[in-house]
Design a protein around this ligand. Structure first.
Ligand code: GLA
Length: 386
């Protein structure tokens, strides 16, 4: 009975709690909605949609199947007022041009690979150099520029959007056909959970993440320097001038990279520190302090004026903390607001950058028969009303 009802619900462009309610009134996911809207067409005329997941508290995650991109995140402040905390564009057009991965899923290899080269099983692979002399975020046409197959449904655990993409053998220079599934689940507890899965038919490397730029005061509402962040990391990977890890794991203690206790993002960002100069701010991979391989807290950000809190939990070993250093006001985002430097921060949960060239780093190799499986959860919370 149940699968049939869900299928019927899916057939409608808008399917609300109604369908699921009859099935299981007590299931928390049953009190939200999933709406599908047209979002535009790619340059090749391919139609793209926007899926709006809304939970029982009015929290909303709008996600397009272009790049599996988070377009909008409406979350409450301590008084219950909703605001959109994700940078991005009002329509597809904005995402089609040059833009710094707002909200997108990046892959096949998120972050950098030195000189666009790596060796696997004794064979050297060459990637496009799209970031100085290095490869960044999957190449010229990474997963952020692909139209994904999408299916939305209301499930007991929440509003669920499942996105699939097959990256062909040789695409952007990577070996193996890679079948990728990214599932976004908005729960009744204001969590947005992202599950990443992938399988391959040849040995390859994989490092998937989401590149949302957050501003907990609301997107376009100034810089994020006053927001307080704690990162659960005792070490980070220092970089060279091309932002490639040197291989060292450096203690954060006594450096501007110590976020083990909450600290305003802007507190030390201007410090006379070689690493901050190289990154033009924070653009570094923090090695998470973990006890095991399960879902564990990675970072927590508090916006003091609104009381909005973002907690990031992940199964990944690291997180790239990036403070929007390359934003310079030339990009006009939602509502025509010019996104200036430091108007957003990213917390890209990941394996370390350039892992394929660092045998000592946790491996990013995926082989046939294995499943790439990672999870990151964004918990939208509030504390201390103002
Ligand atoms: C990542 C990188 C940054 C920058 C942004 C996109 O976060 O680490 O250096 O390239 O993507 O602008």
């Amino acid at each position: 009975m149940r699968p049939l009802t869900l299928t019927l619900c899916l057939a409608a462009a808008v399917f609300t709690a109604g369908c699921a309610k009859k099935e299981a009134a007590k299931e928390q996911g049953a009190t939200g909605t999933v709406t599908k809207q047209e979002f535009g067409k790619t340059a090749q005329g391919q139609p793209v949609d926007l899926y709006i997941l809304k939970n029982r508290n009015g929290v909303e995650a709008a996600i397009t199947n272009y790049g599996a991109t988070v377009v909008r995140l409406q979350t409450p402040d301590a008084k219950g007022t909703l605001a959109d905390i994700a940078l991005g564009f009002d329509n597809l057009q904005g995402y089609l041009g040059e833009e710094p991965y707002f909200g997108a899923i990046v892959g096949r290899y998120g972050n950098r690979i030195a000189k666009g080269k790596f060796t696997l099983n004794g064979k050297q692979y060459t990637l496009a150099k799209n970031n100085g002399e290095n490869a960044l975020h999957g190449g010229l046409q990474g997963f952020d520029k692909k139209v994904w197959a999408a299916q939305a449904e209301t499930k007991p655990e929440g509003q669920v959007l499942t996105l699939k993409y097959r990256s062909a053998d040789g695409e952007e220079g990577y070996p193996g056909n890679l079948d990728v599934t990214v599932t976004y689940t908005l729960t009744g507890d204001n969590d947005l959970r992202i599950d990443y899965r992938a399988t391959t038919d040849r040995d390859t490397v994989v490092n998937l993440t989401n590149h949302t730029y957050f501003n907990l005061a609301g997107q376009g509402k100034g810089d994020i320097l006053g927001q307080q962040i704690a990162i659960n990391a005792s070490r980070f990977t220092p970089v060279d001038a091309g932002l490639i890890p040197t291989g060292e794991l450096r203690e954060v203690a006594g450096t501007p990279f110590d976020f083990r206790n909450p600290k305003a993002i802007g507190k030390d960002i201007g410090a006379a520190d070689e690493q901050l100069k190289l990154g033009k701010g924070y653009d570094h991979n923090f090695v998470l302090d973990r006890r095991d391989e399960g879902l564990a807290p990675a970072a927590k950000v508090i916006e003091p004026a609104t009381g909005r809190v973002l907690e990031v939990w992940t199964t990944e070993p690291a997180v790239q903390f990036y403070t929007g250093n390359f934003l310079d006001g030339t990009i006009k985002g939602k509502g025509g607001v010019a996104y200036q430097q430091r108007y957003g921060f990213c917390l890209e949960t990941q394996h370390y950058p350039d892992s394929p060239n660092h045998p000592a780093f946790p491996s990013t190799v995926l082989r046939p028969g294995q499943e790439y499986q990672t999870t990151t959860v964004w918990k939208f919370r509030t504390e201390g009303a103002n």
